[in-house]
Design a binder for this molecule. Structure first.
Ligand SMILES: Nc1nc2c(ncn2[C@@H]2O[C@H](COP(=O)(O)OP(=O)(O)OP(=O)(O)O)[C@@H](O)[C@H]2O)c(=O)[nH]1
Ligand SMILES: [Mg+2]
Length: 457
């Protein structure tokens, strides 16, 4: 899986590597080729288009860090966007429920539901130390229930005995009772394969999905079916309340498009992947590792990460000095606001101020109110250099000019100036007081805390 994409993207990066400077033309050319590579890998047109737009936006707006080359920066940006396309973080399986935590496996015929039920059961027993029961709701395919019983026997996983002449919904209820009576922590219900055009079968799964509360309803998807997998997932997600996706056959030679389009299209995380026919061929889905596998450039990525950490650290230290000397200007403040969108900005710098780490959470809360920050940034960008350094000179006529230039009101400007003044005073106080730890505990920081609480920082 992904080999073709890896080869194509490696080619693009190799071409870029030869260039000292990456201008907009060569960036466009590289992105065009990456876009084609994505489409050839069966990524949907919309997803590929958005992906390229995001990479371009980031690449053009990014300052190149001195110790890395422009092409290395592009690798890092593509890597980050690829990771975010795949889902950014690994999701934990949800076992939070009064036992049994019930999970339902749904999907098209032959997508891997039964095999995956057993793999998941084994995984939960091994990694979460829980007692798992499986039950087959497939009364349609001959020997379907036996298939699950055999898988259970071969791998020492408990399975509900075969149920004759029962409807799937009844079997689900029996299985739940059985799990409750026998102290099982988890119940995995394997449903019969169905086609989304089969109304009766879709109605049935809808009904089953509502008979009890489920901690997980997994859509089991064959990654070899590419874009079709995404279309089917969309239809299923409209009918049942999916909590996640398990992609099977990632060991196959498909092109990987399903993995890349799934999250963005149906906004459900991929939680696990099947990578073979055996019971242990099953893994938690780690978007960063898959991105790394696709790009095959982990070393470049970590090089850029280290270099940017260093820059962040240097910036933060410079800022810290300014603050402690009482030389923090509105321009510095605006720069910090810029970084807020990248995260790690103010928080990153708070990290380097002794005693300030406790405020991180508050800053995070206040970050949510980014409209204020946008306004403030607009105001500051309409100021002259002198005004940014000496805000006291901003009087009536200047305020009117700035408000026109930034599309804000004089009141907004007053608010910002007042807030900044308070902030500067506090920072000066901090500069004089060597022991910030003491300041925090003696309550002198109360002012700053309450400012943050009110989202005014
Ligand atoms: N290579 C590979 N094969 C897989 C994987 N997952 C499932 N399979 C194979 O796919 C085939 C079908 O799997 P099942 O688990 O029976 O599929 P199902 O969705 O239960 O099928 P129905 O119940 O008929 O709808 C089996 O031969 C499995 O061994 C995987 O991750 N990799
Ligand atoms: Mg099956």
């Amino acid at each position: 899986m992904f080999e073709n994409l890896t080869d194509k993207i490696t080619d693009v990066f190799n071409k870029l590597k030869g260039k000292g400077i990456i201008d907009e033309n060569s960036l466009n050319e590289a992105l065009r080729e990456i876009r084609i590579a994505l489409l050839e890998s069966d990524v949907s047109i919309k997803v590929a288009k958005h992906f390229i737009e995001r990479v371009k936006q980031k690449a053009l707006g990014k300052e190149v860090i001195k110790s890395v080359s422009p092409s290395q920066m592009v690798v890092k940006i593509v890597n980050d966007e690829l990771t975010s396309l795949l889902g950014s973080e690994s999701y934990e399986i949800n076992l939070k429920s009064k036992p049994p935590a019930i999970m339902l496996m749904v999907g098209l015929q032959g997508s891997g539901k039964t095999t995956t039920s057993a793999k998941l059961a084994k995984w939960i027993e091994k990694n979460k130390n829980k007692k798992v029961l499986m039950a087959s709701l497939d009364i349609y395919r001959p020997a379907a229930q036996e298939q699950l019983l055999t898988l259970g026997a071969d791998n020492t996983i408990a399975v509900l005995p075969k149920q004759d002449k029962k409807k799937p919904l009844d079997i689900a209820k029996i299985a739940k009772k059985h799990a409750e009576n026998n102290d099982f922590d988890v119940l995995i219900l394997d449903s019969a394969g169905r086609n989304h055009v089969d109304k009766k079968m879709m109605l049935e799964i809808q009904e089953i999905s509502k008979f009890s509360s489920f901690t997980e309803i997994f859509f089991i998807s064959d990654s070899l079916t590419g874009q079709d997998a995404v279309n089917t997932a969309t239809i299923f997600s409209e009918k049942v309340d999916l909590t996640g996706i398990i992609l099977t056959r990632l060991d196959g030679d498909g092109r990987g498009g399903a993995a890349l389009s799934m999250k963005e299209t149906i906004n459900k995380p991929i939680k696990f992947i099947g990578v073979g026919e055996k019971i242990d061929d099953f893994e938690v889905f780690h978007p960063d590792r898959i991105a790394n596998r696709i790009l095959g450039m982990g070393d470049v990525v970590s090089l850029v990460e280290k270099a940017s950490e260093q820059i962040d650290k240097e910036d933060a230290e410079k800022l810290q000095k300014k603050i402690l000397k009482g030389k923090f200007s509105l321009a510095d403040y605006s720069k910090q606001l810029d970084q807020l969108t990248n995260m790690g900005g103010i928080q990153g710098f708070l990290k380097y101020l002794p005693g300030m780490s406790g405020l991180k959470e508050k800053v995070e809360q206040s970050m949510e109110n980014s409209d204020i920050f946008k306004k403030q940034k607009a105001i500051i960008s309409s100021m002259t250099k002198k005004e940014k350094n000496f805000p006291d000179i901003v009087k009536a006529s200047r305020k009117i000019r700035i408000s026109k230039g930034s599309g804000t009101s004089v009141q907004d400007i007053n608010k910002l100036l007042k807030q900044f003044k308070k902030m500067s005073q506090m920072m000066k106080k901090m500069g004089k007081n060597k022991n910030l730890e003491n300041m925090m505990s003696s309550g002198q920081m109360g002012d700053l805390q309450s400012l943050l609480n009110k989202n005014k920082f």
